[in-house]
Design a protein around this ligand. Structure first.
Ligand code: TXA
Ligand code: MG
Length: 354
């Protein structure tokens, strides 16, 4: 199979052009499609066989459940038990880049939920995505369209190499609006499971409640454990080792002086401008615009593997608004290899056997 690549102008959705994509979904095929967050690889959520194909195509462990994309509150209620007390607030957040985890209904095959009794549901902000659900007439189960462990795709060119022989269609609508995945909230405990494109502050404002934000959702881990050699857990990881610098951005130039290695620096345009020379710089955007940083992050994480450097140093950002999602992704992309002193950097370099 070779995917048909379908370019669509998101401002002028041609229904006739989307029709074959919707038909393919209904027939149990896999399709890669854009959302406002990132690109997803989807199938009919009610077709267990088709959904198994998603896990296979990504090399994703079967215990890691998928998000079900819906086009309406009515469809959401068919998939899960939307708590009455939250319904009007959910309706304010949707359509939007936020996913809610609720009790699953029988209609959803257990392969979608990885065997769990809960299901993650979201009604995307992107009109094209909702239109695709509506035209398919079924909910679409979709994880991010990246191979397991790799950075999420924010444009069609990120998916073609890995997936063109595995899916029926790749719908290309240009760069994703936000560039990080949806925020995930467990409604049974009102807990943040993953920070994302919908800021925690906005959820709290809409729900008029404090959200529980566990350490894990921020992406932090015990540093001693993180530095142990048995560290296997990988996510969003480029192939090039990435070290997260948690100190003052101004000092980074001094810390790397005289270190024998080819280093790239991923950070704010302000810091990139200041350090110059010693390192290849990959600017993410202005430090004062965390949306822009988030928007560029995954694309640059993929790009840095093409540089052939020994390792990359990433700057840390504020955890306000979109910054929480940015820092979660950076901590995990770095596999918790963090430093703030020159000695810390040298230790990491040794640990990575550079
Ligand atoms: O923005 C997004 O959310 C994108 C687009 C395509 O919608 N999707 C996405 O899916 O990021 P994925 O599979 O890459 O991430 C979904 C996360 C996984 O970490 C999964 O473990 C979690 O959601 N998840 C899914 N169902 C769950 C459940 N019932 N309980 C807890 N976590 C769940
Ligand atoms: Mg993913």
């Amino acid at each position: 199979m070779t995917a048909k690549i379908l370019k669509i102008n998101p401002k002028k959705i041609g229904h006739a052009r989307l029709r074959p994509v919707a038909d393919a979904i209904r027939k149990g095929k896999l399709v890669i499609f854009p959302t406002e967050t990132i690109y997803g690889i989807g199938a009919n959520a009610l077709d267990a066989k088709a959904v198994r194909g998603i896990y296979r195509a990504k090399g994703r462990p079967s215990k890691n459940p998928l998000i079900v994309h819906v086009d309406s509150m009515r469809m959401a209620k068919e998939m899960g038990d939307i708590p009455k007390k939250y319904e009007s607030r959910i309706a304010k957040a949707w359509p939007g880049a936020v996913t809610f985890v609720v009790k699953v209904r029988k209609i959803v095959p257990r392969v979608v939920t990885g065997g769990l009794e809960t299901v993650a549901i979201r009604m995307p902000e992107d009109r094209l995505t909702r239109e695709l659900v509506s035209m398919s007439g079924v909910p679409i189960a979709a994880p991010s369209a990246n191979m397991h462990g790799r950075p999420s795709p924010t444009s069609a060119r990120h998916v073609i190499g890995d997936f063109k022989s595995k899916v029926a269609f790749i719908v290309d609508a240009g760069r994703s609006k936000y560039g990080v995945e949806s925020t995930i909230v467990d409604l049974s405990t009102f807990t943040l499971l993953r920070p994302g494109a919908f800021p925690v502050e906005d959820i709290e404002r809409i729900f008029k409640m404090r959200l529980n934000v566990p350490e894990q959702a921020r992406g932090t881990r015990d540093s001693r454990k993180a530095l142990s050699p048995g560290m296997k857990y990988k996510h969003y990881a480029p192939s090039t080792p990435l070290f997260l610098f948690t100190g003052k951005p101004d000092t980074i130039g001094r810390l790397v002086k005289g270190i024998d290695a080819n280093i790239a620096f991923l950070g704010s345009s302000e810091t990139c401008m200041r350090i110059g020379g010693r390192m290849i710089t990959i600017p993410l955007g202005s430090r004062s615009d965390l949306r822009e940083i988030a928007h560029n992050l995954f694309d640059r994480l993929r790009f840095l593997d093409s540089l052939g450097v020994d390792f990359v140093i990433a700057e840390s950002f504020s955890e306000k608004g979109m910054g929480l999602a940015v820092m979660n992704r950076l901590r995990r992309a770095s596999q918790h290899l963090e430093f703030r002193t020159r000695k810390g950097l040298l230790d990491l370099k040794r640990l990575s056997q550079l």
